[in-house]
Design a protein around this ligand. Structure first.
Ligand code: GLC
Length: 666
């Protein structure tokens, strides 16, 4: 059961696809609401002992969100830690457990603050700045509530099958030869791979939809050369467009008036990687269409996948603020002292990526000029939708890979996400696991973190442990920043171990892909907190470092350094499945707390009774994984079936047509 309430005059975000009649505010249960004098709405409720909060998608801290404060206001800040309250995305859905469990989606595109027992031990609150809709969802269980919400917001994006292969990325592949070197190294050590990512280095002066033709000559030929090797190149597209007369994208956007405006209706000029840049007005339908069409540049060269970046939007500086700061520096030139220090410092901190910056520019929506801060959280969503809409026009019969850094619920129908600039730390490996169910609740199924960590220096051990989680995550991409230690899978020696770990992903592909498609088609989560499947289990409620995948396996990677294993809590008897250099080994495990020894190059998961997992033979790329030749690991005493998705991996048909049941005997 879903109820919809309206507050003020909301902007239609199109996050929800179902048409629901408005309810009167007198029908609002669970939350009390009052208006905030400065504008916006405050929702409050009593916090009870067993109120656990799940959801909020991309957010810090654990699976249960109780006890902290979370801000939905998309932020470009790579310093991800538990002190932070906001990250790159705004996913305003939660479900709360307890006597009166319910789900709530705050479809408010400006800032929303979820205070789940941070300010008060006995109360929780949600503060929405601006106007919006609130959806209250009821159901028999947490799982049923989430499923209801998921059908409300429409089917999640399904990428092509090859996008479930291994991707190698790094900020710093500067030429076609750099990319060839990466591929040669994979081949030399017989490591499977499906994608190599192109970061901003492939562009001419960081200009969107350009390729540096000295370092990447004959780009279309190069794309084909890679494709002949079963490798797809996946370029980045940034939100900011460089200000440069003579650059086609800038000239055209300027002529058509498609960039965000400042108070005086001039283009609002900011700084990102290319220097002075402008922001395409993705909330303006025509501008969005126009930006979408720019992807043709790559599509015509044979490119089939993209990652959209810097779309919070990231703003290093506004031109005006930078100019003011530079003149302050001049004033204090040669006058050392605290006064100058304070003035200069405050100017520097105010240059970009602040709340204030987002009040300085405007969108043209219909005949209205809408201040950005009112719709801030939609920017990355609408950029990604613009691309996805164009792909449909370009080739309606083909699925493209598309994922974004910034997002809002609704974008899950158009693309996936990666969780931004994490770091090579053990904490971020755990965070990767903890975010999976939360993201799935909010509709985002094609998700993953930068494996091995983006910032800082990775290690062989961290990388291997991360790979034991990544073996199950839909997006499997190793990405790192420039100047960090190289962390390509061949950089740590121990090639046999790395090869094997990568191979397991390909052997598990029929499972990962089929479970993914089932989750998308059935409005289900691919990863669930244990308590969603075992609601009566008091221990399961508190488990923060294990998740269920589908309804059949439990995943519990090791996420501490130098560990020989870890405790795993099993809510019921399960079959331990161990993937290692001696193949697949199984043993029965009793429910309760089990200490499980796991070498860094082993993958261990737990299979529920009555369930099976298909394995394919090893393959060097997705195309060569044979879905017709599967063997099963089983925990069954009687015959069962397993449903595999047997489509060609690219069709835009309803995938239900391609679901094939295979009979499995004990
Ligand atoms: C941003 C992205 C990162 C990328 C870098 C350079 O920090 O999050 O993935 O490598 O920009 O484009």
């Amino acid at each position: 059961m879903v109820k919809k309430f309206k507050f003020g005059k909301p902007y239609e975000t199109m996050a929800v696809v179902e048409d629901i009649a408005l309810s009167d505010i007198s029908e609002l249960k669970y939350l009390s609401v009052s208006e905030v004098p400065k504008g916006g709405y405050l929702f409050t409720a009593q916090l009870r002992k067993l109120n656990f909060f799940y959801g909020l998608g991309e957010a810090t801290r654990g699976i249960n969100k109780r006890g902290w404060i979370y801000t939905s206001y998309n932020e470009d800040n790579p310093n991800i830690n538990d002190c932070r309250t906001s990250l790159y995305a705004a996913h305003n859905f939660y479900v709360v457990s307890g006597e009166n469990s319910y789900g709530a989606f705050f479809d408010f595109p400006s800032k929303v603050v979820f205070d789940f027992g941070y300010s008060e031990l006995t109360e929780y609150s949600i503060t929405c700045s601006g106007d919006g809709y609130l959806y209250i969802i009821e159901g028999d269980s947490l799982n049923a509530i989430v499923k209801e919400f998921r059908s409300l917001i429409g089917q999640s994006y399904i990428p092509p099958k090859w996008a479930f292969g291994i991707g190698q990325s790094r900020w710093g592949y500067k030429s076609a030869d750099d990319v060839r070197y990466v591929l040669r190294s994979f081949r030399k050590h017989e490591l499977p791979v499906d994608m190599i990512y192109l970061d901003i280095d492939h562009m001419q002066d960081y200009k969107d939809f350009t390729v540096n033709d000295r370092s990447f000559p004959d780009f279309a030929d190069f794309v084909q050369e890679m494709k002949a090797e079963h490798v797809r190149l996946i370029p980045i597209v940034d939100a900011g467009v460089k200000v440069e007369k003579g650059y086609k994208v800038y000239d055209e956007g300027k002529r058509l008036n498609y960039f965000c405006k400042d108070r005086s209706d001039d283009d609002y000029v900011i700084g990102v990687w290319p220097g002075d840049s402008v922001l395409p007005d993705f909330l303006n339908k025509r501008a969005a269409n126009w930006f979408g069409e720019q992807y043709k540049f790559y599509l015509d060269s044979g490119i089939e996948g993209f990652w959209n970046d810097m779309n919070e939007p990231a703003i290093f500086y506004s031109r005006d603020r930078l100019c003011q700061a530079l003149s302050t520096f001049k004033t204090y030139n040669g006058r050392s002292g605290t006064e100058g220090y304070e003035r200069v410092k405050s100017k520097i901190f105010a240059l970009g990526n602040t709340d204030e910056i987002y009040t300085e520019f405007y969108h043209s929506i219909g005949t209205q000029k809408v201040p950005h801060y009112k719709v801030h959280n939609l920017y990355g969503y609408k950029m990604t939708k613009a691309a996805a809409d164009y792909f449909k026009r370009y080739n309606p019969d083909k699925r493209y890979l598309l994922f974004s850094r910034s997002s809002y619920i609704g974008m899950h129908r158009y693309g996936g996400i990666w969780t931004g600039d994490n770091a090579s730390t053990w904490a971020h490996l755990l965070l990767n696991l903890q975010m999976l169910p939360s993201l799935n609740m909010c509709g985002f199924l094609y998700v993953g973190a930068d494996i091995g960590g983006f910032g800082g220096n990775s290690t062989a051990e961290l990388m291997l442990r991360w790979m034991s989680l990544a073996a199950f995550t839909p997006l499997y991409r190793n990405h790192s920043t420039q100047n960090s230690r190289h962390q390509e899978f061949y950089e740590f020696g121990a090639f046999n171990k790395f090869r094997l770990m990568l191979q397991w992903r390909y052997r598990l592909l029929p499972f990962v892909y089929s479970e993914f498609v089932k989750a998308a088609l059935n409005s289900d989560m691919l990863f669930k907190p244990l308590t969603f499947l075992f609601p009566e289990d008091r221990f399961a409620m508190n488990i923060e470092d294990e998740v269920m995948m589908g309804d059949s396996i439990l995943i519990a990677p090791v996420y501490t350094q130098n560990a020989i294993g870890r405790y795993v809590y099993l809510p019921e008897d399960m079959l331990e499945v161990r993937l290692s250099n001696v193949g697949i080994k199984t043993r029965q495990r009793k429910n309760g707390h089990n200490y499980v020894i796991v070498a860094p190059d082993h993958i261990v998961f737990f299979l529920r009774q009555g369930k099976v997992v298909p394995f394919a033979e090893p393959a060097d790329c997705v195309e060569n994984v044979d879905f017709n030749n599967l063997t099963f690991v089983k925990n069954i005493t009687e015959e069962t079936t397993y449903t595999v998705c047997m489509d060609d991996g690219e069709t835009t048909d309803n995938l239900r047509k391609y679901m094939k049941e295979i009979v499995v005997k004990p």
